[in-house]
Design a protein around this ligand. Sequence first.
Ligand code: FMN
Length: 402
Amino acid sequence: MKIALGVTGGVAAYKAAELVRRLQQEKLDVQVVMTRAAQEFITPLMFAALTGQKVITDMFSAAGAAPANLESAIEHIAVAQRIDLLLVAPATADILGRFANGIAEDFLSTLYLATKAPVIVAPAMNVNMWEHAATQENLAKLRARGVHVVDPDEGYLACGMTGAGRLAATETIAREVCDVLGLRHDLAGHTVLVTAGPTCEDLDPVRFLTNRSSGKMGYALAEAARRRGAQVILISGPTELKIPESVDWIPVRTTEEMRRAVLDRAGSASMVIMAAAVSDYRPAAIHDRKLKRGEGHLTLELEATPDILKELSREKRGAILVGFAAETDRVAENAKDKLERKHADMIVANDVTQEGAGFDTDTNIVTMYSRDGREISLPKMDKFEVANRILDRVLEIHKQSK
Ligand SMILES: Cc1cc2nc3c(=O)[nH]c(=O)nc-3n(C[C@H](O)[C@H](O)[C@H](O)COP(=O)(O)O)c2cc1C
């Protein structure tokens, strides 16, 4: 795969050389694009030597020369079409501003507008520049457009100040690149069982009880695990989502069907992630004819459905067990309580009343609670990114349990 690495004018530009090496380990073909300011910090020669390719340093470097072909005449369009990803590391406050506002006054900012490939930016700057409302507003705009942002680390900065602004570690940036391109293989050899979507509990031949789960979180987990090399079993309640490729997809309707499917297959899984919104109750009786309208109230008697997670943990099959808790109040208490009651290894909790979290959104805001007492709260993120962070943690717990 081919990626363009944009290097912009900050002290961290020297770290881009190491990043090139790391990306080449992933067998990526790296085309470096430098801004004019970047060339004040590090020479194009360095990147040309590392990549064995000409470094693009100027929009108009070939202007005036008779182009050999159309491609060399309009290079930014040719590069834009050729790449699978645009990564900018380090990204200055300035380039974030230009990207956010559609200003295309050099090669890199023009490339950003011209490419349909995914874009990752890894900002690095002085802490005050990072915290400035202009920078944060630009980043919010870019995030809303689907640009992936690798947040800077906190620490001692080149300017002598301490705070957020240091370019994220090479490994963190490389990991994001691999995630976006679907290249991570750290789950190879694992079988991951994921449940997703709602369950439906019949009341009569035409009516049923269900919930508002869209299945997006579970499907994102299945897709992320597959991309990272796992064999994936996806047991899904009814959803409108496209069936992910290359996963063992098992459609179910009721909690009992989901229970049977999970218990039948959990034996082969090293990780079980129960992201489905399973009905807690079902009608005590299923009427074989449609219930007719009558006078006054109708009272439904409900009975508890089987608790799949608890049943699974009781059987102690050795897999890492992860449950989800969609809460509307007392999120932390309920999640910790669930962790204990269900003997799970981890509970992923979200407050579904928060904007950008819970049912039928493309983003989620979650906190992960694990048995070792660690609590990891993630900011609002795309569900695919949340899925990867959950899988990172599950893999960590799996390694610790060995
Ligand atoms: C010594 C020095 C260090 C700088 N470091 C940074 C930096 O880390 N981050 C940043 O956003 N700007 C930094 N700047 C400012 C940028 O170089 C400046 O905004 C420039 O216009 C960026 O151009 P570019 O985005 O086209 O690379 C630095 C400037 C100097 C002189």
